[in-house]
Design a protein around this ligand. Structure first.
Ligand SMILES: [Fe+2]
Length: 434
């Protein structure tokens, strides 16, 4: 397709889709229900949503599943193309769930696609492939979401603690998330409240439908997944990822290169030989910058301790180099450190870090659900302005990656949702010269 502003394409795609839906009769109308300002649609399927492969410059996965008798028993066709969504077709037979791998894609390209499942026809969505290994994308946008804690309408009906609050808080941010229109959706664990509740995953895919249809989901689980869903089989059912983690964990630990950024997705505390090899593998695959993601805090820097670093994670980052940023959540606060090496700040600069800056920035990403702890004062903290409002709030991150830099911006919403706060924090990591 011609290069157009992604936002206007998204709107055009959605508008076209809405017309199609109107033309196709009642069974396809997204009536759904409104839960505290959030539309939970009742379309007869979850998805389509995009999932990574280990070669996202030529292959991507598209997942979806029917949710009523008709769509569960229906086959269909996924069509896609560079100029229009109709250039190539992948037919499929009926199944409980579908993960279609699109192969031989052009690198660094924006595709359109559309799904027909039985009577249902989706709007035209889009995806972007990665440039070839070692080459950089003109622009990649990553939405960074930790501790989403998706609840379902049934949780609200049951008056479960926190359920109403989830919908209210999500409603504050959802228009901004759609406007940002990410290419990648980094989901840093605690995606749902209870990992065995499929209704919560169902709700996630309904309220995030347009975002997940246009962005590759880059997930790891958190304790709210694995403490309920012990073997992570429910999680893995929705989020199959490339099987390139350690032998003992092919579900929750994995990595991929996208446009010169190595995304290292780890189950909490996964380190050792795998971590060392993986950092090297990402570099060999063309990553000039590595972003490490796990659910729990890697560097317990609010308490000036290395937490899981004592198991060698921080030490490996220090010795291997290249891991510029380590993201985690779990504690529902936003804090980030100066670039640290050996537990010490390597610079006092807070905003812009040249490529030769040594050390890793450890960032506790904001919580989408309920954020309540104030950032602590500490000599290692590098905030550019801290949230000053009282009480609980909610937030997420937006990363904009260009050939020169990784820009990280963090936003927060107050407990009433009356205002989108100005950026709570912002910093730029300059990338090494290509
Ligand atoms: Fe957690």
């Amino acid at each position: 397709m011609p290069i157009v502003d992604r936002r206007s394409f998204l709107m055009t795609g959605l508008a076209a889709g809405a017309l199609t839906l109107l033309n196709r009769g009642r069974s396809c109308l997204a009536e759904g229900k409104e839960v505290l300002g959030v539309k939970v649609d009742d379309l007869p399927l979850l998805g389509p949503y995009l999932l990574p492969t280990d070669a996202p410059h030529e292959r991507l996965n598209i997942a979806f599943r029917g949710t009523d008798e008709k769509t569960l028993k229906a086959g269909g066709v996924l069509s896609y193309g560079l100029k229009t969504a109709g250039e190539q077709e992948v037919p499929f037979a009926a199944a409980d769930k579908h993960v279609l791998e699109l192969k031989d894609l052009a690198a660094d390209a924006e595709y359109q696609y559309r799904l027909k499942l039985g009577d249902y026809q989706s709007p035209v969505y889009r995806f972007r492939t990665s440039p070839k290994p070692g080459t950089r994308a003109a622009k990649t946008k990553a939405g960074v979401f930790f501790d989403f804690h998706c609840h379902s309408p049934a949780d609200v009906d049951a008056q479960e603690k926190g359920a109403e609050s989830f919908f209210k808080r999500y409603s504050y941010a959802m228009e901004d998330i759609k406007k940002f229109a990410p290419d990648l959706l980094i989901m840093g664990g605690d995606i749902v409240e209870e990992g065995t509740r499929r209704a919560e995953y169902d709700t996630f895919f309904r309220i995030m439908r347009d975002v997940a249809a246009n962005a590759i989901i880059v997930p790891i689980p958190g304790n709210h997944e694995w403490s309920y869903d012990k073997n992570l089989s429910v999680y893995a059912d929705y989020f199959p990822v490339p099987k390139n983690g350690p032998d003992a964990d092919k579900i929750a630990t994995w990595s991929f290169n996208y446009g010169g950024i190595g995304w290292q997705m780890r189950k909490t505390a996964t380190g050792g030989e795998w971590l060392k090899r993986n950092i090297q593998k990402l570099k060999d695959g063309g990553a000039d910058t590595i972003v490490d993601v796990q659910h729990h805090q890697v560097y317990q820097w609010a308490e000036k301790s290395t937490d899981l670093g004592v198991k060698g994670v921080c030490d490996l980052f220090d010795s291997e180099g290249g891991v510029r940023l380590s993201l985690f959540g779990h504690r529902h606060i936003h804090q980030r450190s100066l670039p640290l090496r050996g537990g010490k700040a390597t610079t006092q600069e807070k905003s812009e870090y040249p490529a030769e800056t040594k050390g890793t920035i450890y960032m506790q990403s904001p919580s989408m659900w309920y954020q309540y702890t104030k950032p602590l004062e500490n000599a290692l903290i590098a905030h550019n302005g801290k949230p000053s409002f009282a009480g609980s709030y909610t937030g997420y991150g937006e990363m904009t990656i260009t050939p020169d830099a990784v820009l990280s911006e963090t936003y927060a919403y107050d407990g009433k949702g009356t205002a989108r706060h100005d950026r709570m924090d912002q910093f730029k990591l300059m990338r090494p010269k290509a």
